[in-house]
Write a protein that binds this ligand. Structure first.
Ligand code: SF4
Length: 353
């Protein structure tokens, strides 16, 4: 469905000022250098829940290994996960891989060419479908991210909550009416960049804002109240204890099972809560340590969880008495071959010898 373009003074002013303000050359991004739909899709999946600055090195590494659809569609999942390592939210990588196979094998390598067909691709929601179709195909679908919600709610003085179905619909309709039909891609980039750099969550730069004279929140002094959210996400607290068991040459990892957090990724063996380290090592693994040292505690946040992880370094003389189990003995020099999750990466980055 095509939404009619908004032609009232306030909307025209918004569109014109925004497009005048935007200078794409100030912020060159590797995936915007051409209109390759595969690369744009890939970058949009990487950018979900991850900041642009963080994504760039991973994007280069990933596209170095999987430069075209075929290379990704025909790769082993483990290889894909390995190259995704560090970006977190691994379901994105699984969906991306599944979608690549679907497009390559079922659609004979032809990418969808409209918004509804993109929405049917695994891992692609309204935001990503709008970003791909506007950036790669020039179609007038407006993106809605946190920056856009904030900017629109303030400029138009909208107090409807942004995290309800009705609120999202309202903002989507407004953004679709505002989008510049001559250059949807630039409009989408501009509106997100503007929210990120001028109409910031705290201390927005109203003094230099080209929208100031018609901004309702500025005029009415309600900037701090917008955007409105109905519910804030309460994160469940989770306590984890990890054992870095080593003889100096090698250490133990295990692979997380399907259905758990971080399925299929590797991590250090964990210690159940309220269990004593030495007793657990002897009973479950047959190991008697020469030294057990608590080395650090790290905080880590996932969408719905706040993790506090304590790491113990367990020195043993050798692994000869190690009982059979799910663990894998890994030489330090081979460590990078295993895809570990972000919390593990944080630990190894700081503490690996
Ligand atoms: S005047 Fe301030 S609050 Fe209004 S759009 Fe500009 S930066 Fe945002």
């Amino acid at each position: 469905m095509t939404v009619p373009i908004a032609t009232d003074q306030k909307s025209l002013f918004f569109r014109d000022r925004l497009m005048d303000w935007h200078r794409p050359e100030d912020r060159p991004l590797p995936w915007k250098e051409n209109k390759d739909i595969y690369l744009i899709w890939l970058s949009e999946i990487m950018l979900q829940q991850t900041r642009t600055g963080q994504v760039t090195p991973y994007y280069k590494r990933f596209t170095g290994r999987f430069p075209v659809l075929e290379s990704l569609a025909t790769a082993e999942e483990e290889d894909v996960m390995h190259y995704w390592q560090g970006l977190g939210y691994y379901n994105r990588a699984r969906n991306l891989h599944r979608a690549a196979k679907y497009i390559y094998f079922d659609l004979e390598g032809k990418f969808p060419s409209d918004y509804p067909s993109w929405l049917a691709i695994p891992g692609v929601g309204p935001y990503t479908a709008a970003a791909i179709t506007s950036f790669a195909l020039g179609l007038p679908h407006a993106v809605l991210d946190g920056n856009v919600f904030r900017l629109l709610s303030r400029y138009f003085g909208i107090f409807d909550p942004i995290d309800t179905g009705a609120g999202k619909k309202l903002f989507q309709q407004l953004a679709d009416q505002l989008i510049d039909r001559n250059n949807p891609a630039q409009f989408n980039q501009a509106i997100m960049d503007f929210g990120a750099t001028i109409c910031k969550p705290q201390n927005p730069l109203c003094d230099i804002c080209p929208l100031q004279s018609k901004c309702i929140a500025f005029i009415e002094g309600t900037i701090g109240q917008l955007p409105v959210k109905k519910r804030s996400v309460a994160r469940k607290k989770l306590v984890l204890n990890y054992l870095h068991i080593t003889d100096g040459e090698a250490f133990l990892l295990w692979r997380r099972p399907p259905g758990s957090i971080w399925p299929g990724l590797y991590e250090l063996p964990s210690l159940p809560e309220d269990t004593e380290v030495n007793a657990h090592l002897k009973k479950e693994m047959g190991l008697i340590p020469t030294e057990v040292k608590k080395v650090t505690q790290l905080k880590h946040q996932l969408t719905h969880r706040e993790i506090t992880a304590t790491f113990y370094r367990v020195q043993i003389s050798d692994f000869k008495r190690l009982k059979k189990g799910d663990w894998i003995l890994v030489k330090y020099k081979n460590f990078t071959k295993f895809a570990v999750h972000r919390l593990m990466k944080k630990y190894f980055h700081i503490f690996m010898d």
